[in-house]
Design a protein around this ligand. Structure first.
Ligand code: CTP
Length: 419
């Protein structure tokens, strides 16, 4: 079967004839996590993508050619000498809409970073002009080795989306960072990257910090002062930034949400812990987005034992002290002059007027203002907001998915970083 027949499938489109399925190259390098790529392949094909699998020769030690071929519906080759007359090493990469490599081993990252072209997958990476997503998986020592760090930095600088490996059980009994993220999470990154349809991710090579969730200020071992922030907007910001090529540090407070793929997650509880984590990460960040709902006050005293009611006695008044204002602090003391700082404001009344004065008070570059109430925003998958800028501009974002609002925020951050 020729490449023309096998690559570029069309499917019926209601009332409009046919439509081309997005063409995805799934590269698979030689790591034990190769078996998880079967699940990624299944998700891609079942959601209407035409997938060509390009394993490396060593990947075939883990999962055989027959499996890739049966699951993708296409013949599978690993080296450039198969069907030479069809010039597959050029054609496959050139015509793809997305190349995703999962797992990407330390060796594959090194070959990609240095532009080697010694098999069909690395040839494909060199000829691809579409977005490229690499999902590394390897032992922690290999991931942390300076050689790998430099290769990842090089690839990210060039616009490749290198997602952060997950932390967990590795091949043997050991655990650590280096595990291939869940195939469903990699699929989500691919879906977002394809949806944006950009060749050059505009946050490539950037480090962004996002805070999400709501702080809890403990009163005693069983009680706290908290708020109703779900963290979903912050997670949408973290996921969309990763899909746009950024290295993302997500500082999470009490959301209960699963760690998103491709993102470094720091878990905190209180405002003081959040401040410490944000300041540490912000020290080398290009942008900081404070989507977390930070408690303005905390109980002055923490009771070591559970506070008990006493018959006939009124409860003791609750004495509160101010928490630090993290957004104001990072806005005033930027790690470097070009650092972009974004705040969020949830308001119940006089939304825009309160937003404008808050933007000035906090000293940030952008403030995303939305109206909150019993049934608005908290816990919802959708949001509606206005992005206020220190330069006076206002960008209304209509009601829609939290990811859409996140993308508007990153559009504005990316423009400032580029300028
Ligand atoms: N914020 C912060 N530190 C605080 C309080 C808030 O960094 N101690 C940040 C939030 O993460 C958000 C922005 O400031 O990005 C606005 O939060 P909001 O609670 O609306 O602001 P407040 O300062 O509490 O203003 P107000 O008391 O008027 O509601």
């Amino acid at each position: 079967m020729s490449e023309d027949e096998t690559w570029g499938r069309t499917v019926p489109d209601e009332g409009r004839g046919t439509v081309a399925e997005p063409k995805v190259v799934l590269g698979v390098a030689g790591g034990i996590a190769a078996y998880k790529a079967c699940e990624l392949l299944r998700r891609l094909t079942e959601s209407g993508h035409d997938v060509h699998v390009v394993p490396t020769a060593s990947a075939l030690h883990f999962v055989g050619e027959a499996t890739w071929s049966a699951l993708s519906g296409h013949p599978v080759a690993t080296e450039v000498w198969t069907d030479v007359h069809e010039v597959p090493h050029v054609r496959i990469g050139q015509s793809a809409d997305l190349v995703v490599v999962a797992p990407a081993t330390a060796d594959l990252l090194a070959r990609a970073a240095h532009g080697l072209a010694d098999d069909l997958l690395t040839n494909t990476l060199l000829t691809a002009r579409c977005p490229v997503v690499l999902a590394p998986a390897m032992h922690t020592e290999m991931w942390e080795h300076p050689a790998t760090r430099e290769n990842v930095a090089t690839l990210r600088r060039r616009g490749t989306v290198v997602i952060e490996p997950a932390v967990g059980r590795l091949t043997g009994v050991d655990t650590g960072k280096g595990r291939l993220p869940d195939p469903g999470e990699i699929f989500e990154v691919c879906r977002r990257v394809l949806a944006r349809g950009v060749t050059e991710p505009d946050l490539a090579g950037r480090h962004v910090v996002v805070s999400a969730g709501g702080t809890r200020e403990p009163l005693d071992p069983v009680r706290y002062l908290g708020n109703r922030s779900s963290g979903k907007q912050g997670y949408a910001l973290a996921k969309t930034a990763a899909a746009r090529g950024a290295r993302v540090t997500l500082i999470e407070a009490n959301t209960g949400l699963a760690d998103p793929a491709g993102v470094d997650v720091v878990h905190v509880g209180t405002a003081v812990q959040l401040r410490e984590a944000v300041l540490k990460a912000a020290a080398e960040a290009d942008a900081v987005v404070m989507a977390a709902a930070v408690a303005d006050f905390r109980p002055a005293d923490y009771a070591q034992g559970k506070i008990k009611k006493k018959d006939g006695e009124e409860p003791a008044p609750l004495v509160l002290v101010r928490n630090p204002d993290i957004l104001a602090e990072i806005s005033a003391e930027r790690a470097h002059p070009g650092q972009v700082v974004v705040g969020f404001a949830a308001e119940t009344d006089d939304v825009l007027a309160n937003g404008r004065s808050k933007l000035r008070r906090k000293g940030c570059d952008l403030l995303v203002v939305n109206e909150v109430g019993e049934r608005k925003t908290f816990g919802s998958e959708e949001n509606e907001a206005v992005v206020l800028s220190a330069d006076g501009s206002e960008t209304p974002v209509p009601h829609g998915p939290k990811e859409a609002l996140a993308d508007v925020v990153w559009d504005q951050v990316a423009a400032r970083l580029a300028g």
